[in-house]
Design a protein around this ligand. Structure first.
Ligand code: 8YV
Length: 322
């Protein structure tokens, strides 16, 4: 008999078809977001699950389900999964690293450039019929070329962002848990390892690509925003919760910083309604990895991991407790 799995969110039909070859699949093609209780009940009797960031795999859930062997998260971030609890319950977990690096880095640039050069703000103004003349001071913003880029979280995506800065002749500062090798720094446009405070003070554009954890909760709050240049931009591609949204709104209101680009929010898909009242923020609904090719690669990667894990092989992206 094939092992039973739950595909907890809608996924590409071709990936579902592949999973059907190996498993008895319960899928969620209408894409209802399960409550924790619903998720626990759907996972009863399942050996595996393909999940996204909306599924909280924690001690509470794992105490309610039996027989679960593996959770394959379709995301590189896995802050929704409590690895210690998985370890204690003998549940393997995997993520989808690498396949999304370049697409996410592309989007980081798009968001940062849109925030700096006020692209969405200008477009809204044009659409509202306000463009009656050209003026020398309409929509002035900071340059990207020749500026200093500050990257907080210099993993694979951070390094892909840094590589792109070569073409803009930028200086790169980075802050990370650990320093890159000299070869990696060279490849990342000669990135310079810097303390967080110094980075915030010196960077013209700050971009966040660090994982979310208790340690990075509100890593950017009022104090950090206060250290940034008044002409600086802040872009968050990582996770809501890394930025204190209330503090950011206050900073944007008084132009403590020039602008922000946000793809992620605390409590998304809900977000602080005051963001909508601000012109100097570009808001996108968590789409940094959303190219057709990359989302399919992420789904295939999650499926590969689940198939390996439940057929006795080593999942290629097995997550281990540090
Ligand atoms: C996902 C992401 O689209 O990979 C991640 O960590 O944030 C995105 O690429 C999202 O988390 C869906 O699970």
């Amino acid at each position: 008999m094939k092992p039973a799995i739950l595909v907890a969110r809608a996924v590409f039909p071709q990936v579902l078809e592949r999973l059907h070859q190996y498993f008895e699949v319960e899928s969620n093609q209408d894409d209802h977001i399960f409550t924790p209780a619903e998720l626990a009940s759907r996972l009863q009797g399942k050996q595996g699950a393909l999940t996204t960031a909306s599924a909280r795999i924690n001690e509470d859930l794992l105490q309610q389900v039996s027989g679960l062997k593996m959770v394959a998260n379709m995301a590189v971030g896995y802050d929704n999964i409590d690895l210690a609890a998985c370890h204690a319950h003998g549940v393997m977990a995997s993520n989808t690293p690498d396949v999304l690096n370049e697409t996410t880095a592309d989007f980081g640039w798009a968001l940062m450039m849109a925030a700096a050069r006020r692209i969405t703000e200008a477009e809204h103004w044009l659409r509202e019929g306000k463009w009656t003349k050209w003026r020398y001071d309409y929509f002035l913003g900071p340059d990207l070329h020749g500026a200093t880029l500050g990257i907080i979280g210099m993993g694979r995506i951070g390094q892909a962002i840094a590589r792109r800065s070569m073409g803009f002749n930028m200086k790169v500062l980075y802050h990370n848990r650990s320093r890159l090798s000299p070869e990696q720094e060279l490849a990342a446009n000669h990135a310079v390892y810097t303390g967080k405070e110094e980075l915030l003070r010196q960077a013209d554009h700050v971009i966040l690509v660090l994982p979310y954890s208790a340690a990075s909760h509100h890593a950017i709050g009022a104090a950090e925003l206060g250290m940034m240049k008044r002409t600086a931009t802040l872009t968050n591609l990582a996770r809501g919760g890394i930025v204190d949204d209330v503090a950011l709104i206050a900073a944007l209101k008084v132009k403590q910083i020039a602008s922000a680009g946000l793809d992620v929010f605390e409590n998304e898909p809900k977000f602080h309604p005051e963001f909508l009242t601000l012109d100097n923020v570009v808001l996108t609904p968590h789409i940094a990895s959303a190219s057709e090719k990359t989302r399919l690669a992420m789904a295939q990667c999650a499926a590969d991991n689940l198939i390996a894990g439940l057929t006795g092989d080593m999942p290629p992206n097995l997550l281990t407790l540090k």
